[in-house]
Design a protein around this ligand. Structure first.
Ligand SMILES: *Cc1c(COP(=O)(O)O)cnc(C)c1O
Length: 350
């Protein structure tokens, strides 16, 4: 007999990327930003009034909401702050899905989605992308209660145009909600914020983990019309983001200059690293994210992954259908990328 519900007993939980404990490592395995957060964030944390820790934080993270609303040209009622983007995914699945109320998404994609569906005990409808990673038409046919489109997508680094997502949302109007997971949008050519006003069934997910160098802070947010936000507010924990995180996240999104410089640096490193990898015989498409899915010259990514790890260079390997020949490499600093390329060069030439 198990103490757990059947679906939990049978579940294989989500497995996060390896987090080495420090030392001289090149860590390019979990798509973190290689540069530090804005000095304004450090200042907000250092200057934090301890009295505010004695009290509960703002339940709706008002300071952050106002700053995010101003930044995006929406109102505060269109924003819900969450404990990382993953918290929003949990809230959305709990809000919209259940037995007979499916979660649909194109695959391959973020491996957390099926885990959330299993926990919620709702059907998961997985619709394959086509060879060019366009949105599959069958996605709308599923008429799921919640459809998640990760855009740019992980682990493919591909991007679909907002107009395509708008078409999907329109076909699902009155049937289900479309959540656009924009965790990597800071590195993409466009975004779907405009759909919040034009479609009544769209929720945008944002994260401060990737573009703002704040994966350790745990901060993300939803942008949607007030009806959807208010409904999801009923589901979230009352105090789902802490007071220090609210102060730090608000400072982060307010410092536009630092943010843009940081993103520009990563984008230019992305171009250089893409070319270097191609030069070594890796096959990869242009990326719309801060990571590069790259097919190893001999197709044996598992082996290459292990050899790199022995040299304290960590990249991600997925033992999943269609991915066993690829490494997923996060774009690092100029120095990190050079160390990776040097190591690959030696390993390939051996
Ligand atoms: C990183 C990521 C998120 C959110 O991550 P948080 O650290 O919880 O903000 C959501 N979706 C995808 C695809 C991601 O890679």
């Amino acid at each position: 007999m198990s103490y757990f519900r059947d679906n939990i007993e049978q579940l294989t939980g989500y497995s996060p990327g390896y987090q080495p404990r420090g030392g001289d490592v090149v860590k390019l395995n979990t798509n973190e930003n290689p540069y530090p957060p804005s000095p304004a964030v450090i200042e907000a944390i250092r200057g934090f009034d301890p009295e505010k820790l004695r009290r509960y934080p703002q339940p709706l993270a008002d300071d952050f909401r106002s700053a995010a609303a101003k930044l995006l040209g929406v109102s505060a009622g269109n924003i819900m702050a969450t404990n990382g983007g993953d918290d929003l995914l949990t809230i959305a699945v709990r809000s919209f899905c259940g037995p007979g109320r499916a979660l649909a998404y194109p695959v391959p994609t973020y491996s957390l989605y099926p885990v959330l569906a299993k926990i919620q005990d709702c059907p998961a409808v997985e619709v394959p992308f086509d060879g060019d990673f366009n949105l599959p038409a069958a996605l709308a046919d599923a008429s799921a209660a919640l459809t998640i489109v990760c855009n740019p997508n992980a682990p493919t680094a591909s991007f679909v145009q907002p107009a395509e997502i708008e078409k999907l949302a329109r076909r699902l109007e009155g049937k289900g909600v479309v959540l656009v997971d924009e965790a990597y949008v800071d590195y993409a050519p466009a975004n779907c914020i405009g759909l919040v006003k034009s479609c009544g069934n769209v929720i945008i997910l944002r994260s401060l983990s990737k573009g703002y160098s704040l994966a350790g802070l745990r901060f993300g947010y939803a942008v949607a019309n007030e009806g959807l936000i208010d409904g999801m507010m009923k589901v979230k924990d009352s105090y789902n983001v802490d007071a220090i995180a609210i102060a730090a996240a608000t400072a982060a999104i307010t410092d536009r200059k630092y943010f843009q410089t940081n993103i520009d640096r990563i984008k230019s490193q992305r171009t250089i690293l893409t070319e270097s990898l191609r030069g070594l015989g890796f096959e990869l498409r242009d990326s719309s994210t801060n990571f590069l899915p790259a097919r190893c010259p001999d197709g044996n990514a598992s082996d290459m992954h292990q050899k790199l790890a022995k040299r304290n260079i960590y990249v991600r390997y997925f033992n999943l259908p269609g991915l066993t020949d690829k490494l997923r490499i996060t774009v690092g600093t100029e120095e990190q990328n050079r160390r990776l390329v040097d190591a690959l060069n030696e390993l390939i030439r051996k």
